[in-house]
Design a protein around this ligand. Structure first.
Ligand code: AHG
Ligand code: MN
Ligand code: MN
Length: 339
């Protein structure tokens, strides 16, 4: 039974023992993310007031224009985690390469790497629509005491020890998992404290919401087109409702609460898919599975994919279990008819 009015800080301490390595390091790391999230939240909330809107003038490695808040959030998370000497490395959607971080006494003894999408849904900043942050945490696989290497970051999602997202919405929430279910905490901005508002979050097994950028329909694979037509047919609880915010975090959060499916397939413009395996799909997939949902590229479990590069993209289908299974069925049928 969750304790009434429990804060995130209290929850982290109470549940520290659930974690098999339990040295307190992971708890301190999640605490640092909580702190950085407050700093970013403060900045996001005043985005309409100060001259922080608009493109910063740079493009990131993937050729997308960076918004000022992307840059701010990226720096806030990297600075917090670096200053606290708590991780051995960070990879960010906004950085070309991973960053090596020294621990206390200038050593390389820290055990965890963090991968982060500092500001997700950045095209929504200018229009006052919810954005988020996504994070993913692994134990390094190279020996402690040596600098991290690329292979510490290129682990399959099934090896994540924790993952979460922050949603800067009508209220600010942190939702995360350490592999023991999913818990959500809502920020009380008046006192800067997160409260345990959403214990043990679960995707409903079935849902009636589908979330996809249907403007790209003509470029979708046949299986996705077929599944969308299925969503729109009049039969039983269909047609489903279409909801698409364009911030992955917000779309997933809503679908986890109400029941639904999120789809970002490969398209002509993005032949590998658009979403990034390491910063977006893996953490969201870990959360989805911990909440009883599924995440797939249409043919295999996202968490089983062996990453080959930091900024790798994959097609992404995630949400209520029965909906994802149905979408996979359509995709696999269409594929088998090709041959
Ligand atoms: P980011 O802002 O980190 O680049 O991510 C944007 C992603 C994701 O949040 C969202 O679901 C998707 O891009 C929206 O893409 P479209 O505008 O192509 O629909
Ligand atoms: Mn993103
Ligand atoms: Mn981003």
């Amino acid at each position: 039974m969750p304790q009434k009015n429990q804060t995130l800080g209290e929850f982290i301490i109470e549940n520290q023992g659930e974690f098999k390595y339990s040295s307190g390091e992971l708890s301190r790391l999640i605490n640092s993310i909580r702190l950085a999230a407050k700093v970013v939240n403060h900045e996001v909330n005043k985005a309409g007031l100060v001259d922080i809107l608009g493109a910063a003038g740079d493009t990131n490695i993937q050729g997308e224009s960076q918004q000022k808040l992307d840059v701010y959030a990226n720096e806030a998370f990297i600075k917090t985690l670096t200053n606290r000497e708590i991780v051995c490395g960070i990879a960010s959607e906004e950085e070309d390469h991973y960053i090596t971080i020294k621990g206390r006494n200038q050593n390389h003894d820290n055990k965890y790497v963090v991968l982060i999408d500092p500001l997700d849904g950045s095209s929504n900043i200018d229009v006052n629509v919810s954005v988020g942050t996504i994070f993913s945490i692994y134990r390094r696989i190279t020996p402690s005491g040596t600098p991290v290497t690329l292979e510490d970051f290129l682990q399959p999602g099934s090896k994540q020890v924790a993952a979460g997202y922050i949603i800067y919405g009508t209220s600010t929430m942190i939702v995360y998992t350490t592999g023991h279910g999913v818990n959500g905490f809502t920020l009380n901005p008046a006192i800067g404290t997160y409260y345990h508002s959403h214990p043990n979050m679960k995707f409903p097994e079935d849902g009636t919401i589908y979330s996809v950028n249907e403007g790209n329909y003509v470029h979708f694979p046949q299986g996705v087109k077929d599944y969308i037509k299925f969503c729109q047919e009049e039969e039983g609880n269909r047609p489903y409702t279409s909801r698409y915010i364009g911030s992955l975090v917000s779309d997933i959060h809503r679908n986890m609460i109400k029941g639904g499916i999120y789809i970002y397939p490969n398209t002509a413009k993005n032949p590998e898919g658009k979403l990034r395996l390491l910063y977006e799909c893996n953490p969201v997939a870990f959360i989805a599975e911990q909440a009883g949902g599924l995440a797939s590229d249409g043919f295999q479990r996202i968490l089983d994919i062996e990453p080959t590069e930091l900024h790798q993209r994959v097609p992404f289908i995630c949400g209520s279990r029965n909906m994802v299974l149905k979408a996979e069925e359509f995709m696999q049928n269409a594929e088998s008819q090709k041959t």
